[in-house]
Design a protein around this ligand. Sequence first.
Ligand code: GLA
Length: 426
Amino acid sequence: MMSTERLAHLLLALIWIWFCSAVGYADGLENGLARTPPMGWMPFERFQCTVDCVHYPRDCISESLFKRTADLLVSEGYAAMGFQYLIIDDCWMESFRDTITQKLLPDRERFPSGMAALSHYIHGRGLKFGIYHDVGRKTCMFGGPGALGHFQLDAQTFADWGADYVKLDGCYATGYERDTGYPAFGKAMNRTGRQMVYSCSWPFYKEKPDYRLIAKHCNLWRFATDIKDSYTSVFEIMELYRRNQQQLLAHAGPGRWNDPDMLVLGNFHLSYDASRLQLAIWSVIAAPLIMTNDLETVRPEIKQLLQNREIIAINQDLLGIPGRCVRTSKHFQVWLRPVTPVNDLGRHSFAVAFVNRGNFSHCPLCPRQFQVVLEHLGLDSPTGYYVVDLFKSSRHLGMFKPNDAFSTRINPEGVTFYKFTVAPLL
Ligand code: GLA
């Protein structure tokens, strides 16, 4: 028999759960959002903090850039593939708050229609609207007013503008201010009653991030430095993930993701093979797929990569288990992610990426053959696996058993990427 006291506690708990879901309130992470890694577009790596619209009208951070990108996300087919969030980064605001209301103000010249109107435009295209802010005194590059001392007001301003996503940077704050500020801003967002994805740059500013705590408060978190448009930068971030993967993996899953920063595909410096590499590894580690590029000038072959249905499906896999690097050497790496379908014996399918790092003494940048017996990678389902080359969707490679050797030829500083779909029991 349950005591009256326990019954009262149970009732209170049920009322609280009902209340939280009714008003959309949740403590940090459990806001029900980002069940799969967010996908979208953000200007920062490509457009930086260009504010001179007189000399650079196409490149400056302005409402016309975001409207143009909203249109292109839809007309070029990205939105239909899942690239939903159009996120404004730094450099959107005036360098002062409204003197009477203390509210943040969008730059009058570059955002003449105001943020509510831009948000309305973005929503009208069927997309979601994201915005950047900083937990400290000033924003990182522009030095606009930070959120410190105005958490509730700023969260409410974003909610009133119809924001669906907030990226909160961590410049110009002490460690203590960040450690208290990130949870507090998340709570302020929840108190607005508007559902907004919460992207935190918190761990990036900490020597030893407490990912358990961060995952409690944020939907995604930047764990790496700002990405650059180069293979070296992509590989450095992969290495950072690999070296910390035990911890990074432990707390990521539906609603909470490791963010290695944006996809730099479609710009100036990444080769076709390095573009494939970034896309494959970001999909294996369940990273948000946030492009930073000029959608008007993305070359057709890169657009085709960005819209590869099978690879996006790996990134968005509903099990939400992020993958890891399972083999590394001077020349090769193997990255692997458990994905659906799962067979009757509970064995997973896998997405497997094979990386050629180059570094060979003879011809360092040549294609190379890599071979491995599948069970040595942990692919040990006795039923075997049907294998498809994810970069060539029509290419079925047939059935492989755990003791079969799998061989792949990989371009330098590039990747091959396969789905091993576990066979059902007969
Ligand atoms: C930091 C962030 C970047 C970008 C800039 C803007 O460097 O890590 O992603 O938001 O600030 O100032």
